[in-house]
Design a protein around this ligand. Structure first.
Ligand SMILES: [Zn+2]
Length: 82
């Protein structure tokens, strides 16, 4: 009695689980609109680079400028010309 006829798969039939391809890590960031936001300290023009998608609201309320020590209230979203 053959297993194939019973609907089963015999070992050695060439049916193997697909190899799991390693997911690309650090995929290319090519999505439009996923640019890295930057925030400008109006006290000293320090430029804070944040993770993509970060808004001013995401900045910690107790954030302090590492340069001049001013607080988040002086931080503004910085848009590069062009
Ligand atoms: Zn500052």
């Amino acid at each position: 009695m053959r297993a194939l006829e019973a609907g089963a798969v015999e070992i050695g039939d060439g049916v193997e689980p697909p190899e799991v391809a390693p997911a690309p890590i650090g995929a290319v960031r090519s999505q439009e609109g996923a640019t890295q936001p930057r925030f400008l300290c109006r006290g000293c023009y320090f430029l804070l680079e944040a993770a993509p998608g970060t808004t001013l609201a995401d900045i910690r309320a107790d954030w302090k400028c590492p340069d001049c020590g001013t607080d988040k209230g002086n931080l503004r979203l910085y848009r590069a010309a062009g």
